[in-house]
Design a protein around this ligand. Sequence first.
Ligand code: DX5
Ligand code: ZN
Length: 241
Amino acid sequence: MDIQKSPSNTQFVIAPSILSADFACLGKEVQDVLLAGADWIHFDVMDNHYVPNLTIGPLVCEAIRPHATKDGKPAMIDVHLMVEPVDRLVPDFAKAGANLISFHPEASPHVNRTLNLIRDQGCQAGLVFNPATPLDHLDHTLDLLDLVLLMSVNPGFGGQSFIPSTLNKITQVRARLDRYQAETGRYIRLEVDGGIKVDNIAQVAKAGADTFVAGSAIFGNKSYGTVIDAMRTELANSGIA
Ligand code: DX5
Ligand code: ZN
């Protein structure tokens, strides 16, 4: 499948979380938000076990797959697994058309095995860190990662406020990923998820993020394009290339 691969240079990605979309017409919501200028679709999977909420699974991913296109090509479906255990669901999401699958390391007893499973299924792989989760799991996983996802809220719900201490964590991960890129030439994306709005996206970018999940900010406005355009303007004015 011709999907957007991580570029070798910084290119900002806006990934609306469909958690805040109208579930009664999800296919149209996906089409509309991509037409409005979104890059990826962020797909939040919650199991009422790892997090206290229950959302959508592989069947819904499969159902939206044909609607998730951009300029006639498949757009990235960025699956964020907030489930425990993880492995059982990975092949199902790969078959359902997920392009990138991220999971929380504390939800898998064998993180390396889960990352390899995701890659063996033909997907890109990401690790997700909650606000209070240390970054130790990056020590031995970078070669298997396409993306690091930092939570800027506690996972489980849309519409929460951005936790400011995330900025320091973004800076730390950025430095680490830059070092890794200098050593290996591999670019690993840094995504931030939770409470991202027009008025804080530039600050998050300046700290070092390149990929921005936004649910309520985009789907809570009747003009998705207005919000996405305003976010891109903020990013363009942030002074980061
Ligand atoms: C939270 C989810 C987020 C959430 C973001 O557990 O992972 O993706 O939907 O929503 P907002 O942008 O409203 O914080
Ligand atoms: Zn998410």
